[in-house]
Design a protein around this ligand. Structure first.
Ligand code: GFB
Length: 347
């Protein structure tokens, strides 16, 4: 017997297999996972933008890749006018961990504001049926009540280490909301917690904590090092969502019926964005111990407190997405195992 949700006649699958789907940022960790997820579900009409590499895994996929400069408004407008996508996953962004955000604030605010503005405006001009804008849990105040609800947005000062990036993502949310109000578009912003998984960035200087520690422990194991350095005190708490869960949530939201979207996600002044997370967090030290065990490193942890901790906690309240029929299912231990296996097979 189906649950009440599945029986809801409005719970219709929105995206047809023949619709043209544009993934901005197709070679990134999230963009490539969205394509993987949708190909598995039988979709085969994709066009993707990439600034850099062509992924080995995508060479045999039904995907047309274009090297469009998303920072160039004319190029983006020409692209949309020529390709006329039906659905857009806006997964292109300049992203990075705490050190990258702290070191390149101008790049983070400029590039993200320009990329999202170009794509959101072109999506409206070309009557895209639905656009999904990917933000980040760093949009919430540094000392927001935990777990953080969508209504906590703009209720306090942001975390200084990533304020420029957060401001850009908040502007993206407000652009979606404003176009929905003025032009009756369906532009939805999804706010994921810290993501990890295949095709992540493992560069020590610019990566997030989870991939950085996978690489640190792996290299320490191979070199038989006695210790691994963890930045900060190890006491901040973080929530981690595997990118395959994230893309499943993105597809779920993109397939919600118009009735559900208009009632729950674009009905201003209710927030037009939605948290995506597991609803569980751990300390950085607990994460390090999980990765240490998974990698099989036998040495010690050393904490470098000259490095910033960043925000003390940023656990998302996921009850809205749960009420719309989705919850995460990849456990951190299993997700770390998958990410480590991908790393070992790729480097
Ligand atoms: O993942 P992360 O760089 O970013 O750092 P945030 C999370 C925590 O892990 C911080 C600690 O307390 C770091 O000090 N950490 C320990 C490390 N060892 C390491 C390491 O080797 N590398 C890194 N990178 N961290 C980001 C925002 O904040 O969250 C982004 O800056 C984005 O804009 C992202 O929002 C989701 O979780 O602190």
């Amino acid at each position: 017997m189906n649950s009440a949700r599945e029986q809801d006649f409005r719970y219709l699958i929105k995206m047809n297999k023949s619709d043209k789907i544009f993934i901005a940022g197709a070679s990134g960790m999230v963009g490539s996972a969205i394509i993987r997820n949708l190909v598995k579900k039988g979709y085969d009409n994709f066009i993707g933008s990439t600034r850099t590499r062509v992924l080995e895994e995508q060479k045999n996929m039904p995907l047309k890749l274009t090297r469009i400069d998303l920072l160039n408004q004319d190029a983006v407008n020409r692209f949309f006018s020529n390709e006329k996508p039906d659905y857009v996953f806006l997964a292109a962004a300049r992203v990075g961990g705490i050190h990258a955000n702290n070191t390149y604030p101008a790049n983070f605010i400029h590039d993200n504001l320009v990329i999202q503005s170009n794509i959101i405006n072109a999506a409206w001009k070309n009557r895209v049926k639905r656009l999904l804008f990917l933000g980040s849990s760093c949009i919430y105040p540094k000392n927001a009540p935990q777990p953080m609800k969508e209504e906590h947005l703009l209720t306090g000062l942001l975390e200084p280490t990533n304020e420029p990036y957060a401001i850009a993502k908040i502007a993206g949310i407000k652009m979606c909301e404003s176009y929905n109000r003025q032009y009756n578009t369906q532009f939805i912003a999804v706010m994921p917690t810290n993501l990890y998984g295949p095709n992540d960035n493992f560069d020590f200087e610019t990566s997030h904590v989870l991939p950085a520690l996978i690489r640190k422990f792996h290299e320490a194991k191979l070199s038989k090092a006695k210790e691994v350095t963890i930045w900060g005190t190890g006491s901040p708490r973080r929530e981690f969502l595997h990118v395959d869960d994230m893309t499943d949530a993105c597809q779920h939201v993109m397939n919600l019926s118009d009735a559900k979207v208009e009632k729950h996600l674009t009905n201003y002044p209710s927030p037009c964005f939605i948290n995506v997370g597991t609803g569980k967090d751990c300390t950085i030290k607990e994460l390090a111990m999980t990765i240490k065990e998974q990698v099989g490193f036998q040495g010690n942890l050393v904490f470098d407190t000259s490095k910033p901790d960043g925000t003390p906690q940023k656990l998302l309240d996921v009850s809205r997405l749960d009420s719309l029929g989705w919850r995460a299912h990849i456990l951190l231990r299993d997700g770390v195992k998958d990410a480590y296996e991908w790393f070992v097979s790729s480097f």
